[in-house]
Design a binder for this molecule. Structure first.
Ligand code: NI
Length: 254
């Protein structure tokens, strides 16, 4: 069994051939896809997509890039979407101090709001973090009552941060960028127990090295399995099985 735990198939890059992309993935060993919302409109699109495919689940949320644009009524509508049966997470939410498309203070405020919502509703969070590890940690320590669970998507922090997040009950997710020749963080992957790892494509972005230049798609999550198996000196089968079990457990998929 294999799961792509983070894709964005609602994006315009798939407008013309979405069903072909999905069928190609399911025919070639991908069992489930967690499709991830990034703002109000595309969360709705993602919910619609999950309604069309039994094996696609979705999150709903607002990416830090879009947090300054979110209105109060959109937030309330997203709360409503959590009642839909294919919605398994709140996300992606978080902080991005690298691009900083929304002011930091707004990002933090919206992040807190979604964390509280997720914890109250007992639903996991999918967290985006770029150059903001310290504030992410600080906010979670402060806001969480200890019931919050989730995943650090496309992990880019150091070993210490990974360890701290695991202690808080989080999974650590790796994407296609771990296959890049320029990738320097193998020690972090070695340090995270396989029982806490999820894998993802983050498609259409982060196409694995051997396909670079092409649009990414869920099928390419195989390259991430391969790389993790190699770095951790585990068999392909073990990485496939355990990361899938992890994702099922986190998102409540049976
Ligand atoms: Ni993403």
């Amino acid at each position: 069994m294999l799961i792509d735990s983070h894709s964005h198939l609602q994006f315009s890059q798939y407008e013309d051939d979405i069903d072909t992309v999905i069928e190609r993935s399911f025919k070639n060993g991908i069992d489930y896809i967690i499709n991830v919302g990034t703002n109000y409109e595309d969360s709705i699109k993602s919910v619609e997509l999950a309604d069309r495919y039994d094996n696609i689940f979705t999150s709903v949320g607002v990416h830090p890039h879009d947090s300054a644009k979110m209105s109060e009524s959109e937030f309330n509508d997203i709360v409503e979407l959590l009642n839909m049966k294919k919605v398994v997470a709140v996300g992606e939410i978080g902080l991005d101090y690298y691009k900083c498309y929304s002011p930091r203070e707004v990002q933090k405020e919206i992040f807190k709001k979604f964390l509280n919502l997720a914890e109250n509703k007992n639903i996991p969070v999918i967290i985006h973090n770029r150059a903001a590890s310290e504030d992410i940690k600080k906010i979670i320590y402060k806001e969480s009552n200890g019931r919050l669970i989730g995943v650090m998507h496309c992990f880019s922090g150091d070993e210490k941060f990974a360890k701290d997040m695991i202690k808080l009950g989080f999974y650590i997710s790796f994407a296609g960028n771990i296959t890049y020749r320029s990738f320097k963080n193998e020690e972090v992957i070695k340090s995270v127990p396989i029982e806490r790892i999820l894998i993802e494509t983050d498609c259409p972005f982060l196409t694995p090295e051997s396909k670079r230049g092409e649009r990414n798609e869920p099928l390419n999550v195989w390259f991430v399995v391969e790389k993790i198996a190699q770095i951790k000196d585990l068999s392909f089968k073990v990485v496939e099985r355990i990361t899938s079990e992890n994702a099922c457990k986190l998102f409540g998929i049976e």
